[in-house]
Design a protein around this ligand. Structure first.
Ligand code: FES
Length: 103
């Protein structure tokens, strides 16, 4: 599994995700209680960017278009209308640097 450095911890907002990319693959990284999680950036319902229109409520990202909610730890749907969970990407932190495995 190849990890790519995508940002530093302080680049990630406290209340929302940060979009990161590796070639054609995009992800959103979230900071919750000092831990970093990465999911697909596009909402599984309407394919809007969660890092752009979403915001965090605890460990859930809320898509503001239709108020669907996903757990950023698991990617699972927590509130409809989305039915499909978000793809998760392994993420890790080394010092201040954040790494995501896109493959
Ligand atoms: Fe995200 Fe509909 S586009 S909940």
């Amino acid at each position: 599994m190849a990890f790519t450095k995508v940002c530093t911890l302080k680049d990630i907002p406290e209340d929302k995700g940060l979009k990161v990319e590796d070639g054609e693959t995009s992800a959103a990284v979230f900071k919750v209680e000092g831990k970093v999680f990465a999911t697909q950036d596009l909402c599984s319902h309407g394919l809007w960017s969660l890092s752009e229109i979403g915001y965090l409520e605890g460990d859930q990202v809320v898509c503001s278009l239709h108020m669907g909610k996903f757990c950023v730890r698991s990617g699972k749907v927590k509130s409809l209308p989305p039915h499909q969970q978000l793809k998760k990407f392994p993420a890790r932190v080394e010092g201040e640097d954040v790494y995501v495995a896109f493959d």
